[in-house]
Write a new protein. Structure first.
Length: 504
C-alpha cells in the first residue's frame, strides 16, 4: 500500500509541531523518518494514526484521500503502529492481547480465543517469530513483547506499519532481530515508516530517509550517506560525532560501593548486592536496558533512595545514610535522568536554576538575601561558557530547548569543585550538536581528575565515553569490562549473560 502525506500541518497553540510536511512511502519500502527529539516525527505519525487531527493537509492511501476520526479508522484502513512504550496488558496472554479491541466471537456471544490463538500461530510461522499464544505477556522478554505488538497490528491486516523509536528498550541483539523482521515485512509488501534518531540503525535498514528539523522536512538522504552528513541535516550544521579522549590518568580509589541493595516503595528488590569502585580520573559507564536498576542505583548514590543497605564511601567518607545536602556538600555533582522532573524548576529563571544547590550561603546568599549582582555575573559567564542559546539569564528554563536546558543542569553541576560526577542519561532528548558539547565536558571533567559515573541506555554513548563498563541486568551486576569490549559482547551481557573474564 502506498502512503502519501500532503501538506500536513499540526499546531498546539502558537507551537507549529508539523509545518506543511510532505511524505511519500511506497509499497514494500522502509522509509526512515529521521530527526531529533522534538523535531515533530511522533506528532506526524500520531496524525497519521488518528490520535491527532491535522489542522491542514491530507492523508492518501493508494491515491485515495482518507479521513480518520480516531485510531479505529486508521486501523480499519490498514495502518498499524508499534509504539515506543508497548500498548499491552501484562496480565493477559499473547492471544488475549492480540484480540483486544478486535474481539472475534462464536455465535455472537462467546469470545473466540481459539481464533486468536490460530492467528498468532499463523503470523508467527509466516515471519519466524516463535511466539507462544498462551504465554503471559508479563513473563516475556522485551524483544518478544515487541513481536506481540507487531502480530497485533498484522492480525488486523495492517499494510502500513509505523515503528516509533522501536529500539529504545532493546538490547543490540534484539535490535538486530527487529531489523531482520522489518526487512521480512518489507519483502512481503508491507510499507514501513521507521521513526528514529539513531544514525547507525537508519543506515542499516532504510530504503529512503526523510529528515525533519523543527517540524519541517529539510531534506532526503540515501542510506549510503555518512553519519556526519545525516547529523548535519538533523541539526543544520557540521557536527563532530567522535568523542576524543586520551587514556585515563588514574588516581586513587575515590568511590567505593559495597553490597548496595535498594528496595522500592512496594518492597521490591531493585538493586541487588551491587559492588564496584571508581578511581579518580576515570569514567565508569553503567549500561543496560532501561528498568534494570540503573535509576535506583544512581539515586542511591546521591541520597534520593530511602530504603538502602550496604556501603557507599567517597574518599573514605561513609555516605550511605547521608542526606542529599551533605552529599552535595561533599562535592557530588548530579545530572538526573529526567531534567524537567528532578533537575530544573521550569518557572525559575536560568540564573535561579544555576544556584539551586547553593542557595543557603555564599556566594549567592548573604544574611538570607540573594546577591542578585553576584548571581547575574555568574549566570552570564556560565551561559557563555556552556553555549546556552537563550534570550537572557532571566528567561524561564521551561522556554528552553531540551539541549539548552540540559546545558543549564551541566553548567550548575560542573561550576563547583567536584569530588564525583554522577550523570544519568546525560544526553536524553538532546540534539546531536548538544550531545557533542556534553560529551566533551564530561571527558574534560574526567581529565581534571574527577571520578565520573555515567548511566546510559544508549550503547553508542557508553562505548564512546567509558574507560570501564559495568552492565546491569535485573538489579544485579552482570560484569565489569574494559571500555573497548565489543558491542556484541555487551549486548549479551545486557540480556543477562556473563562473559568469561568479566568481573562481577
Amino acid at each position: 500500500m502506498k502512503l502519501e502525506l500532503r501538506g500536513i500541518t499540526k499546531r498546539f497553540g502558537s507551537l507549529v509541531a508539523n509545518d506543511h510536511i510532505d511524505l511519500t512511502v511506497e509499497a514494500g519500502e522502509i522509509h526512515c523518518l529521521l530527526g531529533e527529539n522534538g523535531a515533530g516525527k511522533s506528532t506526524l505519525m500520531n496524525v497519521l494514526y488518528g490520535l491527532y487531527q491535522a489542522d491542514e493537509g491530507e492523508i492518501l492511501l493508494d491515491d485515495v484521500v482518507q479521513h480518520f476520526s480516531g485510531p479505529g479508522d486508521a486501523m480499519a484502513a490498514g495502518i498499524g503502529m508499534v509504539h515506543q512504550h508497548f500498548m499491552l496488558i501484562p496480565v493477559f496472554t499473547v492471544a488475549e492481547n492480540v484480540m483486544l479491541g478486535n474481539e472475534a466471537t462464536k455465535g455472537g456471544v462467546f469470545l473466540d480465543l481459539n481464533a486468536a490463538r490460530a492467528k498468532v500461530r499463523e503470523i508467527s510461522q509466516r515471519f519466524g517469530f516463535d511466539v507462544d499464544p498462551d504465554a503471559l505477556v508479563d513473563e516475556l522478554p522485551v524483544g518478544v513483547q515487541q513481536r506481540v505488538e507487531i502480530i497485533k497490528a498484522l492480525s488486523r491486516d495492517a499494510r502500513v506499519l509505523v515503528f516509533d523509536e522501536p529500539t529504545a528498550v532493546l538490547t543490540p541483539q534484539e535490535t538486530d532481530e527487529l531489523m531482520q523482521i522489518m526487512r521480512q515485512l518489507r519483502d512481503a509488501g508491507t510499507s514501513i515508516v521507521f521513526i528514529t534518531h539513531k544514525l547507525r540503525e537508519v543506515r542499516e535498514v532504510a530504503d529512503r530517509i526523510t529528515v525533519i528539523r523543527l517540524g519541517k522536512v529539510v531534506g532526503e538522504a540515501s542510506p549510503t550517506a555518512s553519519n556526519t552528513e545525516l547529523a548535519s541535516l538533523m541539526v543544520g550544521r557540521a557536527v563532530e560525532l567522535t568523542v576524543h579522549k586520551n587514556p585515563p590518568q588514574l588516581g586513587d580509589e575515590a568511590l567505593v560501593v559495597e553490597g548496595l541493595t535498594v528496595v522500592d516503595h512496594i518492597g521490591q528488590l531493585v538493586v541487588n548486592d551491587v559492588s564496584f569502585e571508581v578511581r579518580k580520573g576515570e569514567i565508569l559507564a553503567i549500561a543496560g536496558v532501561q528498568g534494570n536498576g540503573q535509576t535506583e542505583l544512581t539515586e542511591a548514590l546521591v541520597g534520593l533512595q530511602p530504603r538502602v543497605r550496604g556501603s557507599i564511601r567517597l574518599n573514605g567518607e561513609e555516605l550511605t545514610t547521608a542526606s542529599v545536602q551533605r552529599i552535595l556538600d561533599e562535592g557530588v555533582g548530579f545530572v538526573p535522568e529526567d531534567r524537567n522532573e528532578d533537575g530544573l524548576v521550569g518557572a525559575f529563571t536560568i540564573a535561579e536554576n544555576l544556584m539551586l544547590d547553593r542557595s543557603s550561603g555564599a556566594p549567592f546568599v548573604k544574611a538570607g538575601s540573594i546577591q542578585r549582582g553576584t548571581l547575574a555575573e555568574f549566570a552570564r559567564e556560565k551561559v557563555k561558557e556552556f553555549d546556552v542559546r537563550t534570550q537572557g539569564i532571566d528567561e524561564q528554563v521551561r522556554q528552553l530547548s531540551g539541549g539548552n536546558a540540559q546545558k543549564v543542569v551541566l553548567a550548575r553541576e560542573l561550576s563547583r569543585e567536584l569530588s564525583l560526577l554522577v550523570a544519568a542519561q546525560p544526553t536524553r532528548g538532546v540534539d546531536v550538536g548538544s550531545i557533542e558539547f556534553i560529551h566533551k565536558r564530561i571527558v574534560e571533567t574526567r581529565d581534571s581528575g574527577v571520578p565520573v559515573v555515567v548511566v546510559s541506555t544508549e550503547l553508542d554513548e557508553v562505548v564512546a565515553l567509558a574507560d570501564r563498563i559495568m552492565v546491569m541486568y535485573r538489579g544485579r551486576v552482570v560484569g565489569i569490562v574494559p571500555g573497548t569490549t565489543p558491542r556484541d559482547v555487551l549486548g549479551l551481557m545486557m540480556a543477562g549473560e556473563q562473559p568469561e573474564g568479566a568481573a562481577a
